[in-house]
Write a protein that binds this ligand. Structure first.
Ligand code: PLP
Length: 223
């Protein structure tokens, strides 16, 4: 498999699911998760057309961004420590892992523009996962009202690795419903129209449940 084959296979799979699933979104944006891979490998994916890239850590994001062409879009998908916000917040296009008001407060202080954020929700309730509990989402979103540098563009989640397809479907479906309930509040700072869900092992299920951003690493880099 070449990089081009990988990209084509993922895009094709997304398209097939879009055609088969009533809940899927017409626009699904493919984010390449470059965290375990070199700039050279990542450039091979750039050359076959990918422009959205994600890293989990601040240092990884800054290094890759400095080395890659200027027309890339950068996503930070890992949790952020508050002392690191200032190093990275003006370098990212999207932050996918907002789950503490302390971080929102620090973004408010350090950002020179409105930052597009996803609130991370722990829909499965797995203890090892970050993200806020579904029951706490409403209050959390209300708490963000005073930070005008934070725009809640959507919700993000990760499904457990070992769950059945059926369980994963229900977690992703739950995130879609939570997103709709935030949307229904019609808050100017939280349009919440996007869903960041789905990785290499489960993106077809995520697209079937309405994902608008999928975060894919290994399926794009595999040899
Ligand atoms: C690593 C990672 C991914 C991509 O994982 P793959 O299994 O390589 O596709 C997606 N989202 C998050 C938050 C990650 O940490």
């Amino acid at each position: 498999m070449t990089y081009q084959d990988n990209v084509q296979a993922v895009r094709q799979r997304i398209q097939t699911v879009q055609q088969e699933s009533a809940l899927s979104s017409k626009d699904v944006r493919l984010i390449c998760v470059s965290k375990y891979h070199s700039v050279e490998e990542t450039m091979s994916l750039y050359q076959v057309g990918l422009r959205d890239y994600a890293e989990n850590y601040v240092d990884g994001l800054l290094e890759k961004k400095a080395a890659m062409p200027d027309d890339c879009v950068w996503h930070l998908i890992g949790p952020l420590q508050s002392r690191k916000v200032k190093d990275v917040i003006n370098e990212v296009d999207y932050f996918h892992a907002l789950d503490r008001l302390k971080i929102a407060k620090e973004i408010q202080k350090r950002a020179d523009h409105v930052v597009k954020c996803f609130v991370q929700v722990n829909v499965s309730g797995e203890e090892s996962k970050s993200g806020i509990a579904p029951e706490e989402l409403e209050a959390f979103i209300e708490g963000l009202a005073k930070f005008d540098k934070v725009e809640v563009v959507g919700l993000m989640t990760m499904a457990p690795h070992d769950a059945s397809d059926e369980a994963i479907h229900s977690y992703f479906g739950r995130l879609r419903e939570l997103g709709q309930s935030v949307q229904a509040k019609d808050l100017s700072y939280a349009p919440c129209q996007e869903l960041s869900m789905g990785m290499s092992s489960d993106y077809p299920l995520a697209v079937a449940e309405g994902a608008t951003f999928v975060r894919i690493g290994s399926a794009l880099y595999q040899e």
